[in-house]
Design a protein around this ligand. Structure first.
Ligand SMILES: *Cc1c(COP(=O)(O)O)cnc(C)c1O
Length: 482
């Protein structure tokens, strides 16, 4: 699995870094975990970190920084305008992406707000391989519509297809011909497609998208938030790109994009974001919005220390031994779970490991939120915090009916360089125990259901005393173990 072969023949991801700063973790007893999830209304977003052992909620803003990033943060040159630190990042963007103009923003969704305000009008259409929650919300807020033209394979839970994030080129052409070029604000390609399990697109697919867009005179916007994972998969899965360095692949992708934006909470293991382009026209159009919403053009709502960290983090992303850590740990986890017959999304992607709750808990109807129930159950079983990606994350329709999601997933994110392999093994073990005892797990029902963003703030209760029964079974099987 790693670039280092083991004599034993074992497939083990090997960390190419050492740990020099540590943070103490708490694993509270299962009785406390039951209390904590009850206090949190069975919503893992509402758990307190002090009750969490492995925080696999997200990869956003929780990736481990390197010694070089921390050192750079000490050198940050703080000034409202003309900071040296900003120039460093601008130069790094030019060096890596080959883009002359860089506009900073405080995080990924801020870039989406700005780009949507600049280019989306009422009636506009934005074709995408797949939407991300915030990218869609900003398009819709500006009166536009999102069209998902992911290849059919992308929505299959189990597949061997290496590039499930590819865009369907024929559908893209048909869509543009149907609506006309003027209606298309831009085509958005999302690297490491988040909501379908961190799945990549190929460089070849991106070239084809570019060609269609050039033929019709449409802009290509690359959401590079999860670029690191996508780069790794192009490097390791795409035959034609095997001889290219990570840096060359990055540059090739950048050359195919009119605009690149990213969340630095993911890309570059820091916090912040930004937009870059070679078009002066685009730069001038977007500049004022950045100043209005984010801050002056040399900080854009970011801490200057984070800007230093992003510059270093982007450079580190060009190292295959850095970007392989997340995907290899995820592949290890997915393989181990699959060996035990536990339903997971395949092939393994970036971002995290996704458990198919619809199959794991096939006795729980979607109206009782199987993925949410699985998230609560896994927290109780092991202190592992994941994120529901299913019906709970949807919103009711205008008549107040549930909108059942296509997939019911429990996402277990793998923050980059954060966990050790034994911690991952522990998570696999607790999931396996839960799978063994899955019939004990019951559903959830809302007790407080906000109209908007219910998955963030909503509170739920178990539909029976299944959680108490799960705790009792744990004690029976594990004795006084944590
Ligand atoms: C996280 C994410 C965003 C939004 O970034 P934030 O920094 O959380 O605002 C946009 N696109 C993708 C693909 C993401 O994963």
């Amino acid at each position: 699995m790693s670039n280092v072969k083991f004599f034993s023949g074992d497939s083990v991801p090997l960390e190419m870094h050492k740990v020099r700063i540590v943070q103490k973790l708490n694993l509270v007893p299962i009785e406390r975990r039951l209390e904590a999830i009850t206090e949190a209304g069975n919503n893992t977003f509402l758990l307190k970190n002090r009750d969490v052992f492995m925080d696999m909620l997200t990869d956003s803003g929780v990736n481990a920084m390197s010694d070089k990033q921390l050192a750079a943060m000490m050198e940050a040159d703080d000034s409202y305008a003309g900071s040296e630190t900003f120039t460093k990042l601008e130069n790094k963007i030019a060096d890596i992406f080959g883009k002359r103009f860089f506009l900073p923003a405080h995080q990924g969704r801020a870039c989406e707000n700005i780009l949507s305000q600049a280019f989306v009008k009422p009636g506009s259409i934005v074709p995408m391989n797949y939407h991300f929650t915030t990218s869609k919300a900003h398009v819709v807020l500006n009166g536009g519509m999102v069209e998902e033209i992911i290849i059919d394979e992308g929505l299959k839970v189990n597949s061997e297809y290496p590039f499930k994030g590819n865009m369907d080129i024929e559908k893209l052409k048909a869509l543009i011909e149907k609506h006309g070029t003027e209606k298309i604000a831009f085509v958005r390609l999302e690297a490491g497609t988040n909501l379908i399990g961190g799945q990549p697109f190929s460089l070849e697919n991106m070239r084809e998208v570019r060609k269609v867009c050039s033929d019709f005179g449409i802009m290509v916007v690359l959401d590079a938030s999860l670029l690191a994972d996508n780069l790794y998969f192009i490097k390791t899965r795409e035959e034609a790109s095997r001889d290219m360095s990570v840096r060359e692949i990055t540059r090739a992708m950048a050359d195919l994009s009119d605009i690149i934006y990213f969340s630095a909470r993911k890309l570059g293991c820091a916090r912040g974001g930004g937009i870059c382009t070679n078009s002066e026209e685009i730069y001038l159009k977007v500049r004022e919005l950045v100043t209005l919403y984010e801050g002056f053009l040399t900080y854009g709502g970011m801490s200057i220390r984070e800007i230093e960290a992003i510059a270093v983090g982007l450079e580190e992303t060009m190292d295959e031994n850095m970007i392989n850590q997340g995907p290899q740990f995820i592949a290890y986890m997915v393989d181990e779970l699959q060996k035990k017959g536990i339903p997971v999304i395949t092939p393994p992607g970036g971002l995290g490991c996704h458990i198919n709750a619809m199959e794991f808990l096939d006795h729980i109807p979607q109206s009782q939120y199987p993925a949410g129930a699985l998230a609560a159950a896994l927290y109780i079983a092991g202190g592992v915090r994941g994120m529901e990606r299913g019906t709970l994350s949807e919103q009711r329709d205008e008549q107040g009916n549930e909108v059942f999601s296509n997939m019911e997933l429990l996402r277990l994110a793998m923050p980059r360089r954060v966990f050790t392999l034994s911690q991952v093994k522990y998570a696999v073990d607790r999931i396996a125990w839960l799978y063994e005892n899955r019939r004990l797990v019951g559903g959830l029902t809302f007790v407080e259901e906000p109209k908007m963003l219910r998955f963030f703030f909503g509170r739920l209760a178990a539909t029976s005393d299944w959680q108490q029964k799960l705790v009792a079974k744990f004690r029976e099987d594990f004795g006084d173990s944590l």
